[in-house]
Design a protein around this ligand. Structure first.
Ligand code: SF4
Length: 501
């Protein structure tokens, strides 16, 4: 709790009567939040009474404030501690997400791609089966009972041999490791074949693709290399339909088994936000994930063409959010992905353990990245930094490093310290701390320092804006209709017994 006098309003605070809380002003209300993830809206007048511990016993909010832990009287600290422990369930687990770069080769040259891809002729950037085996042997040592091998690239399906080997070998190894084992691939779909698609389906490999919007936009953002005449958009749509139809034919619940899609937003996408959402709806994709560009590593000329300011992104994001909510009111089941992540933190007792938005961030403690040559990074972003000529985040190699050396590596510790919101200036007193997450590798790429200057970092601006928008919609939700929609967005139906979630 902030103690002392709030000088502007000349208010004396009664700290001995109050629980620990942070606050912000949103849409004419004061929003209280605490470490359990609880929030409560008070009018300005009631907030002043609350601070002085003078809210009358028969006030409509008293019981809720007490239950949520905002008042010290009758505070059950053991129960609060249990709820915090439940929120932070991921802390003792160890890395569960293992991002494997099966090749740097890619048949696309996307406008926002960094130096981390290679031309199709560069077979020397394919992961060997020997390295793939060492990756599995390494990853399966994690203390996490849930392990997700996520294949990335380049275009990972170009090296299907490595994917097949890792899936089969890890399944074999898991016969005595007994972990919850998941495999997923992030593919641009333009190298897909029926044989590979069927193998992925039969082996339960989850498929996520990139779909930036309608044909003109998608193909502008994600051009093919050289003279390749492939229409990337048509391939993505064709294969989404192929996979989804196959799942249905196999009798799988389409709510659980379907291709997920991610989009990356360029300046051109901002102008076409509605067409993007409509396309996702038309294709039956249940989650649109309106993601900003990672603003690093671009030449000025490129950034001028595809970039935008955080404010420009945030202004469009509000339109996307309201449109998606409106679609829900009309009976469509579609969610906005980042909003859903924050809502899970706000409306449920557990944190969704999304490695990029948690405290501490997942790099090295929730995820590990393996480059094609076996070099180990705390996350795939570390590999991208290396591709730009700075190997600072390389923390070992599958040939020579032990699991203990990696998870206790000084770089992993430094990243954890630099992302622990409770101890970061600005974050430690920010209303958003129970829900937010900072990314030291982003800060490093933006400003050469693991500790970014909040609130000036783009991610801080994005997340601060997003949470305030969500609170605003809940505050203005007189009929409870929006809250009911938001509560649907946080329902998780895992395809596996995913204990990390
Ligand atoms: S990054 Fe920004 S929004 Fe997030 S907790 Fe820190 S100050 Fe708040």
């Amino acid at each position: 709790m902030r103690t002392g006098t709030i000088k502007a309003r000349k208010l004396t605070v009664a700290p001995e009567k109050l629980g620990y809380f942070r606050y912000a002003r949103v849409a004419g209300k004061v929003v209280l939040t605490n470490d359990v993830g609880e929030f409560h809206f008070l009018s300005e007048d009631d907030f002043r009474l609350f601070l002085r511990a003078e809210l009358p016993e028969d006030h409509a909010d008293i019981a809720q404030l007490r239950f949520k832990g905002f008042l010290r009287e009758d505070l059950d600290t053991d129960a609060i501690a249990d709820r915090v422990r439940r929120k932070k369930h991921f802390l003792p687990n160890g890395p569960h997400l293992h991002a494997v770069i099966t090749t740097l080769r890619c048949n696309q040259s996307c406008r926002y791609c960094h130096a981390s891809r290679a031309d199709m002729s560069r077979v020397d950037t394919d992961m060997s089966l020997e390295t793939a085996k060492k990756v599995v042997d390494f990853a399966m040592q994690t203390t996490s009972s849930y392990v997700n091998f996520e294949f990335q690239g380049g275009e990972p399906t170009i090296n299907m041999a490595a994917i097949k080997f890792i899936v089969e070998y890890s399944k074999e190894k898991n016969k005595y490791e007994n972990k919850v084992l998941v495999h997923s691939v992030v593919t641009n779909m333009t190298y897909m074949t029926e044989e590979n698609a069927n193998w992925l389906i039969e082996n339960d490999v989850l498929v996520c693709t990139s779909l930036d919007g309608p044909e003109g936009l998608h193909n502008w953002n994600r051009a093919m290399t050289g003279n390749d005449p492939t229409n990337a958009y048509k391939d993505v749509v064709r294969w989404i339909k192929y996979f989804n139809q196959k799942y249905i034919e196999m009798g799988r619940d389409p709510n659980l088994w379907h291709v997920d899609a991610l989009m990356t937003t360029t300046s051109k996408s901002l102008a076409m936000w509605k067409e993007v959402v409509d396309l996702y709806l038309e294709l039956g994709i249940r989650s649109v994930h309106f993601r900003p560009l990672n603003p690093f590593g671009f030449a000025t000329k490129t950034w001028h063409k595809i970039g935008y300011t955080p404010k420009e992104f945030n202004d469009v994001y509000v339109k996307v959010l309201d449109y998606v909510v409106q679609l829900n009111k009309e009976g469509h089941e579609i969610i906005e992905g980042t909003a859903a992540t924050f809502l899970k933190k706000m409306l449920t007792a557990r944190d969704p353990n999304f490695v990029d938005i948690r405290s501490p961030v997942g790099s090295g403690t929730g995820q590990i990245g393996y480059s094609y040559d076996g070099t180990i990074y705390p996350s795939d972003e570390g590999r991208m930094v290396a591709a730009m000529g700075d190997d600072i985040f390389a923390i070992g190699h599958v040939d020579s490093s032990t699991y203990e050396e990696i998870v206790r590596h000084p770089t992993v510790r430094a990243i954890a310290v630099a992302s622990l919101l409770d101890s970061l200036p600005s974050c430690s007193t920010c209303f958003n701390a129970p829900y937010c997450g900072v990314r030291p590798l982003h800060n490093y790429m933006n400003g050469g320092d693991l500790f970014g200057q909040r609130p000036n970092t783009p991610k801080c601006a994005e997340y601060m804006h997003m949470t305030k928008q969500l609170f605003q919609r809940l505050i203005e939700d007189n009929e409870g209709e929006v809250e009911a929609i938001f509560r649907r967005w946080v329902i998780e139906r895992p395809r596996t017994d995913d204990t990390s979630q």
